[in-house]
Write a protein that binds this ligand. Sequence first.
Ligand SMILES: NC(=O)c1ccc[n+]([C@@H]2O[C@H](COP(=O)([O-])OP(=O)(O)OC[C@H]3O[C@@H](n4cnc5c(N)ncnc54)[C@H](O)[C@@H]3O)[C@@H](O)[C@H]2O)c1
Length: 378
Amino acid sequence: MAYTQQGFTERPRPVQIGLIGSGWMGAFHGESISRRVPGAVLAAVADPNLESATAVATQLGATKVTASAADIFADPEIDAVIIASPARFHAALITEAAAAGKHVFCEKPAAQDLAELDAALQAVDAAGVHFQIGFNRRYAADFRAAKKDIAGGLVGQPQLLRSLTRDPGTGSIGHAARIPAWTIFLETLIHDFDTLNWFNEGAEPVEVYAAADALVEPGLRNQGFLDTAVVTVRYSNGAIAVAEANFSALYGYDVRGEVFGSKGMVQAGRPTETTAVRYTAGGVSADTPRLNVELFREAYTDELVDFVEVVRARREGSQPPSYALSLTPVAADARRALAVALACIESVKNRAPVAVAPIAESAAGAPLVGAGGTKVGS
Ligand SMILES: NC(=O)c1ccc[n+]([C@@H]2O[C@H](COP(=O)([O-])OP(=O)(O)OC[C@H]3O[C@@H](n4cnc5c(N)ncnc54)[C@H](O)[C@@H]3O)[C@@H](O)[C@H]2O)c1
């Protein structure tokens, strides 16, 4: 026997990715790119902590390492970047990446206020690059299934929506003193706000009322640390939503979403790590996910598969993937969720309901997100 010769068409050059920030989330995204995302290569890693960048690059086979993201922006071989630095650097990094013509995947939040976000999105728009925000829940199989049901009319007219995040914990938060103020809204509940906006697509968040406290770490209340929050969001279609978060769920990482409407209800959120359930004399039990990268391993991978597919399509002048339902979270989605988070901060400060539109519009002068949900820089 001898091998027969196969004729292959030439494979397109893989998308060359530069990772900016190689901490917890960046290292996981880097691993996804190098091991689980077809058509992409982790080419470079940048982190001011050069030791961290070097360790991640070495482990994942990236050949270029630097302490400065500017080196990645200046590298003509890099097609796209993943920004996973702390949030306070995101807007400036998006701006620089776009100005250098790089497609951008940015972890949430895209910015810490709307003025800096709008400046960054202007740069994205001017450069005509793809911008995607890390709202990974959209890619989780159960959330996608729920979205399909909602879009198919299963729940009828949405009346009540719910989204919750309970981070796994031990009953105390070791690094709480180092967590920036308002993180619970800007970095945690922002996921829930996007889920609610996405589930209730076509409606705009109109008003929020938020209550928040330090119940896990009461000793840090006076420093402005908040670990527990509940938010009501009123939407332009009349639906009322509740989002809630706590930073220390002893039983594991708990993320759920729900839409209740005139015809029924759909829920998403996987309570156990696998579908294996133990039945013993002691009762029924199951393992629960303890880490975000356990619960959302596939979702974190799939958001990057989507990103790379769009970048490849744009680079090759072909049509980006088109989904039956809206999926890819783009600039308008980043902005809408951030506006809700910022309104929540005002609500907690004022102990009163806060209208979202004045906040969303004040930064931009002319809002980038129109009533019809115009996509910016998508
Ligand atoms: N989508 C999710 O579920 C999820 C989960 C966790 C974190 N995040 C987001 O990911 C981002 C990073 O969080 P993390 O938990 O990985 O933090 P981290 O502290 O573990 O890592 C941040 C890294 O960025 C580096 N860094 C600091 N300044 C930088 C700069 N100017 N340029 C490049 N790198 C810089 C730090 O040295 C560090 O290595 C945050 O925006 C966070 O909200 C998202």
